[in-house]
Design a protein. Structure first.
Length: 92
Protein backbone atom coordinates (compact mmCIF):
# COMPACT_ATOMS: atom_id res chain seq x y z
CA UNK A 1 0.00 0.00 0.00
CA UNK A 2 1.29 3.47 -0.91
CA UNK A 3 1.83 6.15 1.72
CA UNK A 4 -1.15 8.51 1.65
CA UNK A 5 -2.17 7.39 -1.82
CA UNK A 6 1.07 8.41 -3.52
CA UNK A 7 2.69 6.43 -6.27
CA UNK A 8 6.39 5.56 -6.43
CA UNK A 9 7.26 8.54 -8.65
CA UNK A 10 5.69 11.00 -6.22
CA UNK A 11 7.42 9.37 -3.26
CA UNK A 12 10.75 9.45 -5.10
CA UNK A 13 10.36 13.17 -5.85
CA UNK A 14 9.45 13.88 -2.24
CA UNK A 15 12.44 11.88 -0.98
CA UNK A 16 14.81 13.67 -3.38
CA UNK A 17 13.48 17.06 -2.34
CA UNK A 18 13.92 16.21 1.34
CA UNK A 19 17.47 14.96 0.74
CA UNK A 20 18.36 18.15 -1.16
CA UNK A 21 16.99 20.28 1.67
CA UNK A 22 18.99 18.28 4.20
CA UNK A 23 22.19 18.73 2.18
CA UNK A 24 21.56 22.49 1.98
CA UNK A 25 20.97 22.61 5.73
CA UNK A 26 24.19 20.73 6.54
CA UNK A 27 26.18 23.00 4.21
CA UNK A 28 24.68 26.03 5.95
CA UNK A 29 25.43 24.51 9.38
CA UNK A 30 29.05 23.84 8.40
CA UNK A 31 29.48 27.42 7.22
CA UNK A 32 27.91 28.64 10.48
CA UNK A 33 30.33 26.63 12.60
CA UNK A 34 33.41 27.55 10.56
CA UNK A 35 32.68 31.27 10.26
CA UNK A 36 31.59 31.74 13.86
CA UNK A 37 34.44 29.58 15.13
CA UNK A 38 36.83 31.82 13.20
CA UNK A 39 35.20 34.92 14.72
CA UNK A 40 35.64 33.49 18.22
CA UNK A 41 39.32 32.77 17.49
CA UNK A 42 39.78 36.33 16.19
CA UNK A 43 38.08 37.68 19.33
CA UNK A 44 40.31 35.53 21.56
CA UNK A 45 43.53 36.39 19.69
CA UNK A 46 42.75 40.10 19.86
CA UNK A 47 42.70 40.00 23.64
CA UNK A 48 39.16 38.99 24.47
CA UNK A 49 37.20 41.73 26.12
CA UNK A 50 33.56 42.15 25.31
CA UNK A 51 32.34 38.99 23.56
CA UNK A 52 31.22 40.62 20.30
CA UNK A 53 30.99 37.31 18.33
CA UNK A 54 27.74 36.65 20.19
CA UNK A 55 25.88 38.93 17.77
CA UNK A 56 26.59 36.96 14.57
CA UNK A 57 26.34 33.70 16.51
CA UNK A 58 22.83 34.52 17.73
CA UNK A 59 21.68 36.25 14.56
CA UNK A 60 22.80 33.50 12.22
CA UNK A 61 21.72 30.91 14.80
CA UNK A 62 18.13 32.08 14.50
CA UNK A 63 18.35 31.52 10.75
CA UNK A 64 19.87 28.07 11.30
CA UNK A 65 17.02 27.17 13.67
CA UNK A 66 14.37 28.16 11.11
CA UNK A 67 16.26 26.31 8.38
CA UNK A 68 16.37 23.17 10.55
CA UNK A 69 12.65 23.48 11.30
CA UNK A 70 11.79 23.82 7.60
CA UNK A 71 14.11 20.97 6.63
CA UNK A 72 13.32 18.33 9.23
CA UNK A 73 9.65 18.73 9.99
CA UNK A 74 7.64 16.36 7.86
CA UNK A 75 4.14 17.19 8.96
CA UNK A 76 2.32 17.40 5.69
CA UNK A 77 -1.07 19.08 5.87
CA UNK A 78 -3.97 16.79 6.64
CA UNK A 79 -7.13 16.86 4.60
CA UNK A 80 -8.91 18.50 7.54
CA UNK A 81 -6.37 21.34 7.69
CA UNK A 82 -6.59 21.84 3.93
CA UNK A 83 -10.39 22.02 3.98
CA UNK A 84 -10.38 24.39 6.97
CA UNK A 85 -7.99 26.73 5.14
CA UNK A 86 -10.09 26.53 1.96
CA UNK A 87 -13.17 27.47 3.99
CA UNK A 88 -11.29 30.41 5.54
CA UNK A 89 -10.28 31.60 2.07
CA UNK A 90 -13.85 31.33 0.81
CA UNK A 91 -15.11 33.50 3.67
CA UNK A 92 -12.39 35.95 2.68
Amino acid sequence: MMARGRDDDELRELALTRLEHAQEFYANLLAYVLVNGTLVVIWWMSGGGSFWPIFPILGWGIGIAFHAWRTFRHDEPTETRIRRDMDRLRRG
